[in-house]
Design a binder for this molecule. Structure first.
Ligand code: F6P
Length: 328
């Protein structure tokens, strides 16, 4: 075990996700357990540049395991993308005598962290915190499970009204580049069709499929559309196309938006965040850096940042098959 690390900073960066507070709490308490000092950095990587720091003890994170959002606030820092910004951040870390950093965020935050490690030889480990589940090497990201539950609860409600009026609802869910929320929530909520960025179904096939399901006796329909889906310019344009090519239904659009990022984290997210937070401090004490702490087959794993942020989001083809079969 390295004896060099005495003071660890923690921050949340990028889009907030339910469970981030549970992760912060786990890092802070893990530091206390190992008799290390812990410093909270407000507003993510931007707060690092501005030196927005606060000492955190085990009691300063009381009553937050159940709260959505992030106590430390979050930001998407443009300045951290510049060399000057990162130099300021390093200077602040040195001045505050911080020996290592835990970054809770998504691929943008990990990319910035990795560059920072290379430039300043500074130990950083990351925790995957994003509702999108679009990080390689971890089965789940913090916030994803809660977001899925929020989405299916919303779609269940939409289904009640869709069914009462024989309507077709297009429901947009988050996922700029990733279809994980759409695909899993779509299966969970019994959607007829699920449109994701990783696969372009094509407008014509969508119309024929909706016509087929109407013929087969369905009176209403739910189509889940990921934010980054390629099929139309946007969901409203797609709705217009369907109106013009399908008389069978009245078409409505619901955009779920940021409701998916808020709310009390699910038990799964709280436990995951707690395990990953403890894993982050363990890893730093073991001399690790430039890695993400993830979960694979229910075991904590260390994934190099370069792997975590690599390439395109991969979708489980088996899930697509399941979605097709059960919507017949
Ligand atoms: O990365 C998480 C995410 O929620 C995406 O699904 C979404 O496209 C994006 O953040 C929205 O970001 P913002 O809140 O900055 O508009």
């Amino acid at each position: 075990m390295s004896t060099k690390i005495k003071r660890i900073a923690v921050l949340t960066s990028g889009g907030d996700a339910p469970g981030m507070n549970a992760a912060i709490r786990a890092v802070v308490r893990s530091c206390a357990y190992h008799k290390l000092e812990c410093v909270g950095v407000f507003r993510g990587l931007q707060g690092l540049i501005e030196g927005d720091f606060k000492e955190l003890g085990p009691r300063s994170v009381k009553n937050i395991i159940n709260r959505g959002g992030t106590l430390l606030k979050s930001a998407r820092s443009q300045e951290f993308r510049t060399k000057e910004g990162r130099e300021k951040a390093y200077k602040n870390l040195q001045e505050a005598q911080i020996d290592a950093l835990v970054v809770i965020g998504g691929d943008g935050s990990f990319t910035g962290s990795s560059i920072f490690i290379e430039e300043f030889d500074f130990p950083i480990v990351g925790l995957p915190g994003t509702i999108d589940n679009d990080i390689n090497g971890t089965d789940y990201t913090i916030g994803y499970d809660t977001a899925l539950n929020t989405v299916i609860e919303a779609i269940d409600k939409i289904r009640d009204t869709a069914n009462s009026h024989n309507r077709l609802f297009l429901v947009e869910v988050m996922g700029r580049d990733a279809g994980d929320i759409a695909l899993n929530a779509g299966i969970g909520a019994g959607a007829e069709e699920i449109l994701i960025p990783e696969q372009n179904l094509g407008k014509e096939r969508l119309i024929s499929s909706l016509k087929r399901s109407k013929k087969s006796g369905k009176s209403s329909s739910i189509v889940v559309v990921a934010e980054g889906d390629q099929i139309g310019k946007n969901i409203f344009e797609l709705a217009e196309y369907i109106r013009q090519n399908l008389d069978e239904y009245e078409v409505k659009v619901t955009v779920l938006g940021h409701i998916q990022r808020g709310g009390s984290p699910s038990c799964y997210d709280r436990v995951l965040a707690s395990r990953l937070g403890v894993g982050a401090v363990d890893a730093l004490l073991a001399g690790k850096r430039d890695i993400m702490i993830g979960i694979s087959h229910n075991k904590i794993v260390h994934v190099p940042f370069s792997e975590a942020i690599k390439g395109e989001n991969e979708i489980d083809l088996d899930l697509i098959r399941v979605a097709d079969i059960i919507s017949v």
